[in-house]
Ligand binder design. Structure first.
Ligand code: 4AD
Ligand code: MG
Length: 466
């Protein structure tokens, strides 16, 4: 019998009972008795399995024996209305073909696995219900992002991955070289000479596409980047990756108010997209991972974010300390707020997302526009419940002299910056933008607790497997 394969996502919605159907997928479980076997089959198109009913007398014993958890099979049978609870349709099998068996060494036998164990078998974890759900949501978030910007006239701009400049100035870059590391060329002072290296100078993997994004925004009006980003920060936390994906819109002619409006509208759009398009997977995560998840997602879509100057935020935290609240790190005007401080403001004080603005210039990057007080800059961080910082952005300093002065104050090498300064020299304009950490968004939308579990193959200090 020649029948075209139906995806399980489509098969479970069908009502054409009695008709022949073909599904293919991986066996989640098999149970049964002397006369009938029940196989739960999943093909990744949905969190839902389809139940295959196989009468023992119809099949070779060898075939039924090799249908074990993890095996891949093709089933032709009749679509029938399900008798048992939990599903609406099932398939009464007529033919079963085994594509690939999985013996009892298959690491995903039916039992609850720890996240740590699943990280060790990250090559197989996409076959779990949990990681299937996470990966389908990840895809949907990428689509939501492209759709949002495309529909609003932003152009998708491809900033380079190999770069000679350090956008954030934090010196957390991975070097890119073809030099023989056992025999580096050095000058008389012992400094490495890069003239023979592939690019003829020191290069690294980018920490941000912003600087190039600004070049594009001051030509195309509004752009966004969406690509891999690399940071060699040695922070072994559930919120940091060495390789993560960042979305960086950059827009000409906007001010701080417009920027905050864009940040809030964009992130609400993404969360709403998940609620509108990923409900099966969200319900699964709500049940298995965090039973406050869906409620929290809905709350974010429906609330107005708080907009809070840094100075007021510090006051609130100082009041909290006076009232007896204990933090691990000290709070004072000028300090870089720790995630415990950010989470206090978001989760306990305001109980909703906070867009913090007007940070002390000393703790922010060189490109942020200075306020009239000459102490603070027009930087914005969006702080989220459970996550802390999810977005970092700013209005950019568009004045040539002021920007040059700041670059000099911070000893940023001019050989890296002349082209960036040219945007301010020729037809400069007010502009701004932000960076959203894609995996931080994924943490929020899935309720997962560790950033290593929302990217297929995490790169963190001492780990780069698969
Ligand atoms: O705040 P950051 O460092 O800002 C920038 O890179 C700017 N150039 C963005 C811009 O204005 N165009 O990083 C932006 C976001 C953070 O808010 C966070 O969500 C995420 O990127 N992020 C990380 N995510 C995972 N692992 C890391 N190590 C991250 N570092 C930053
Ligand atoms: Mg930041």
């Amino acid at each position: 019998m020649e029948i075209r394969r139906t995806r399980i996502a489509d098969a479970i919605k069908k009502t054409s009972f009695g008709e022949p159907i073909n599904v293919k997928g991986w066996v989640r479980t098999k149970r049964g008795n002397k006369s009938v076997n029940f196989i739960a089959l999943n093909d990744g198109s949905t969190i839902n399995n389809i139940q295959i009913v196989a009468d023992v007398e119809k099949f070779d014993e060898k075939i039924l024996k090799s249908i074990t958890t993890g095996a891949c099979i093709s089933v032709i049978g009749k679509l029938v209305e399900s008798m048992g609870g939990g599903q609406s349709v099932e398939i009464q099998a007529d033919e079963i073909e085994i594509y690939g068996t999985a013996d009892d060494t298959y690491p995903l036998q039916k039992k609850g696995h720890t996240m740590e164990y699943l990280r060790d078998i990250a090559h197989l974890r996409p076959r779990t219900n949990l990681f299937g759900a996470v990966l389908r949501i990840r895809h949907n978030m990428a689509i939501a992002i492209h759709k949002y910007f495309h529909e609003r006239g932003f152009y998708y701009f491809h900033s380079p991955i190999i770069t000679a400049s350090d956008c954030e100035g934090a010196g957390q870059m991975f070097q890119v070289t073809t030099q023989n590391l056992y025999n580096l060329k050095k000058d008389e002072n012992g400094n490495i000479k890069y003239d023979d290296d592939f690019f003829g100078k020191q290069t690294s993997l980018t920490v941000s596409g912003q600087l190039e994004g600004e070049l594009a925004a001051t030509a195309l009006g509004a752009i966004y980047t969406f690509g891999p980003t690399f940071r060699a920060e040695n922070s072994n936390t559930p919120r940091h990756l060495a390789e993560f994906w960042m979305i960086e819109p950059e827009v000409a002619f906007i001010d701080l108010q417009d920027l905050m409006d864009l940040e809030e509208d964009f992130i609400k759009h993404c969360v709403k997209w998940a609620l509108d398009n990923c409900m099966d997977d969200l319900e699964f995560l709500n049940k298995m991972i965090d039973n406050g998840l869906i409620e929290r997602l809905k709350a974010v879509v429906d609330t107005e974010f708080v907009r809070l100057p840094y100075t007021e935020g510090v006051k609130i935290l100082e009041e909290a300390i006076k009232a007896g609240h204990k933090f691990e790190f000290p709070v004072y005007w000028g300090c870089d707020l720790a995630s415990e401080h950010e989470r206090y403001l978001v989760e306990e004080h305001f109980k909703k997302p906070v867009i913090m603005i007007d940070y002390p210039k000393e703790i922010k990057a060189f490109y942020m526009k200075e306020n009239a007080d000459k102490k603070t800059v027009q930087g914005t961080d969006v702080l989220f419940p459970q996550i802390g910082e999810i977005i970092g952005g700013s209005v950019r300093e568009e004045n040539y002299e002021k920007l040059l002065k700041r670059i000099e104050e911070l000893n940023i090498p001019m050989k890296d910056m002349w082209w960036y300064l040219d945007t301010r020299k020729y037809g400069s304009c007010p502009h701004g933008g932000f960076g959203l950490g894609f995996e931080r968004l994924m943490l929020f939308v899935t309720g997962m607790q560790n950033i290593r579990d929302v990217i297929p193959f995490p790169r963190t200090p001492k780990t780069a497997n698969f």
